[in-house]
Design a protein around this ligand. Structure first.
Ligand code: PLP
Length: 362
């Protein structure tokens, strides 16, 4: 399918923001990738074009029934000029699991990776190199059929846009304060919590807003049935170090299967740090803290990589973790993972994939 990839370069390059202006998801590169899907024909017309608005019929199903999927991964420029992607196959495999859940057609994983590499090559000058900056890549699919019946769309667009980003939290890798949400829930087993689809995030905004008003940067979601078991922190998976063992909620059908989560579990395994995936109740966490056994807590995700948790508030019971400081293991995981991602540390697990090889020196 990609044999027919066409590339139209922009005639008006945008001015690039300074590294300290980036923030997260505020600027977009000069180009984007698009391909179309039509039932009976499959994915077709792959093209790289100048970054531009898309024109859709107001009846396009995505606007009404939310049939849409997204992914997020990062590209890093190394000191020797190569461009590395972190486990990109995992993202497109997950995209296909999300697609399956929302009755969206499967995407060709190898073609998606290749298209993304070509797009990155075209816009390689946009990859920032300052510490903790990278190029965030956002592939997504929208249902475009202009038809108001509640049924899977017959037409879709797969689009990749890219954004140079700085640190996810303006505060840096400092511990965040988290509000434990007891009223609203993110998802329930059998729903779409496992899929990276827009509705999950729209449903979470209210609680996030209320938590922000109380001075908390994110919410910790509890399970939708009992409001008892810990699910995720905002849009990150979550880990707790209790008495030397690392615990993380088991994938239960309502939690997103994070690539960072998986990688942290693998890293801990290689380091012989005991790690268990199981249901963890919020009471149990408070109990562990009372006994002085709760040593560290951190969220994991592509955007922030590792985000230490310094404080929880559950029904006005405030729990301070590790004196509100970044824990030793959180720090080591952050340094190791970002070191591998930026090509500064060896990559013994073959996680990194070269998107662009080093420029030939004259
Ligand atoms: C994307 C996402 C994560 C993190 O997944 P990564 O693959 O590690 O980036 C966790 N939870 C939710 C709800 C997410 O959307």
């Amino acid at each position: 399918m990609l044999q027919s990839l066409s590339i139209e370069r922009t005639k008006t390059k945008k001015r690039q923001p300074a590294a300290d202006q980036l923030g997260f998801g505020n600027y977009y590169t000069d180009h984007m990738f698009i391909m179309d899907y039509e039932a009976g024909r499959g994915w077709h017309s792959p093209r790289i074009i100048p970054y531009q608005p898309i024109v859709l019929d107001p009846a396009a199903k995505v606007f009404h029934y939310g049939q849409t999927i997204f992914e997020g991964l990062k590209a890093y420029k190394t000191e020797d000029g190569r461009v590395l992607l972190f486990r990109p196959r995992k993202n497109f495999e997950r995209m296909n699991r999300s697609n399956e859940r929302l009755s969206v057609p499967e995407v060709p994983v190898d073609d998606c990776i290749e298209a993304m590499k070509q797009l990155i090559a075209v816009d390689r000058d946009w990859i920032p190199t300052a510490p903790s900056t990278s190029l965030y890549v956002r592939p997504f699919i929208i249902a475009t059929q202009p038809q108001l019946g509640v049924a899977p769309s017959t037409h879709y667009q797969f689009i990749v846009i890219m954004s140079p980003v700085g640190a996810y939290y303006s505060e840096g890798v400092n511990p965040v304060k988290i509000f434990v949400e007891s009223e609203y829930v993110r998802s329930v087993k059998g729903g779409v919590g496992e899929a990276k689809t827009a509705g999950n995030y729209a449903a979470g905004l209210k609680a996030q807003e209320l938590a922000k008003d109380k001075g908390y940067s994110q919410v910790l979601w509890l399970d939708g049935v009992h409001r008892k078991y810990i699910e995720e922190v905002g849009s990150m998976n979550v880990f707790f170090k209790i008495n030397g063992t690392v615990h993380t909620p088991a994938l239960n059908g309502s939690i997103l299967d994070g690539v960072t989560r998986r990688s942290i579990i693998e890293l801990l395994g290689h380091w012989n740090v005991p790690v268990v995936e199981r249901p963890i109740s919020i009471e149990e966490l408070y109990e562990a803290s009372r006994k002085g056994e709760l040593e560290e807590a951190f969220g994991t995700g592509t955007a922030a990589v590792i985000s230490p948790v310094g404080e929880l508030n559950w029904q006005d019971d405030v729990l301070v973790i590790n004196g509100g400081q970044t824990g030793e293991l959180s720090k080591k995981l952050y340094d190791t993972l970002t070191g591998i991602q930026m090509g500064k540390l060896a990559d013994p697990y073959d996680w990194m994939v070269e998107a662009v090889s080093a420029p030939v020196k004259a």
